[in-house]
Write a protein that binds this ligand. Sequence first.
Ligand code: SF4
Length: 217
Amino acid sequence: MIQRRNYGKIAIQEEDVLNYLQSNKKSSSKSNAKVFSSDIKIRIGELKNIAIDLFQPKGIFYIFKQNELPFRECFAEAERVALAIVTIGASLPFEVSRLMNSGEYVDGVVLDAFGSAGVERVADKMNDEINEVVRSRKLDYSKRFSPGYCSWSVKDQKIIFDRLPAEEIGVSLSDGYMMHPIKSVSFAINIGSQIKKSKWESRCKTCEDRGQCTYRM
Ligand code: SF4
């Protein structure tokens, strides 16, 4: 049976938000440099409750037999594959747009980082729940991985969205494979008796993106 979750309130570490802001700062721009000239840590503390109130954390997952999915290298060594979609909903991204459009860039950028940290936290919660189910079946599980990463084509978002009723948690996929609301994450987890020893699970050792990847194992 497809599993649906509505998580209510989720806790966020202010340090995670700061990490997202720092990674954004590295990847550019004048406006971010401006953001960092203010006392960002204080603003993170002040916006925390607003962000948490805007979260609408939901998720959906199902564990498929491997042969119910099209063949892909990333699934090759799995017996089963859990597919999942999580989101923090549309309210926070909407508020970020409103702040940016009205020139409140600092608050917009900070709130956006709360959204990034928040959706990863929802993914962690669903990931933990899937792992618990798998452990109860005495099987092994991989780290989660998403279309667009680890040499898995972003076009395979379709594999996930064709099989899960994402509209029930308010998530849709564009023709360009972008998820809406933007703070949504889709992922897969390989399941089987020897997953930890699989070639796929040791993929980071030879990955060209290893240097800049925060998900590497
Ligand atoms: S380092 Fe690992 S997790 Fe990151 S993209 Fe490469 S294979 Fe994927």
